[in-house]
Write a protein that binds this ligand. Sequence first.
Ligand code: SAM
Length: 246
Amino acid sequence: RGTLYLVSTPIGNLGDLSPRAVETLKHVQVIAAEDTRQTRKLLTHFSIEGPRLISYHEHNKHRMESEILEMLKQGDDVAIVTDAGTPGISDPGEDLVRVARKNGYPVTSIPGPCAAISALVISGLPTGRFTFIGFLPREKKARREELNALRKRPETLIFYEAPHRLKETAKDLSEILGGRKVSVTRELTKRFEEVAFGDLNALVDWLEEETPRGEYVLVVEGFQGELETDEQESSWWECLTLSEHV
Ligand code: SAM
């Protein structure tokens, strides 16, 4: 029986691929990659040559499930990797884990980078309880409905967003969640990582002047009660830090 490994890969900085991830990627028989071209670059960089590289992504995942199960049955170890970060977190992997477990194959993880967790821990917002939302629906009505359903949740909320949808999402967040605190992180672990902090109203104003580029995570304060939210009327945008990673 083969084992299914969920291997986290860097979200920008190649130095974040763990030694255990390298060992695992060298020793499995098969690597199932979201984008084989992207993964080939990573494998080349780390001189990983042995395993067979196959494609496993949102659009072929159901067809590939039975093929991967067959490989596990034959005794092959299979590693899942995505373009960046932890497989299964706003990325393919979840369904494969379910079928592998259902069929009695061991599933394990090689932990590593995850943009949501890095953004949360540097946000300055409470980390004890949080909800990972990932990407909100693209369609405005559905997005606003989801935000309305989250309005009274007291825990910290974590959102992923693509740069070209950031302005729209920020407007919906501020209209529905009010002037809560927000931490915006961009290009985590990359050369020009940025962290900005303020309230949601100020985020909308700030974005008026910006052309969002790169990858963003928004970490938003949970519901603190109507009064506190209403009190935060004035906009503030406290800091924008830049750090240069090697
Ligand atoms: N599986 C990944 C993980 O563990 O973080 C997430 C994949 S999801 C398709 C891509 C989204 O993650 C981006 O749109 C962005 O919101 C976030 N993300 C990934 N890398 C990032 C980075 N270096 N800085 C900020 N956000 C990032």
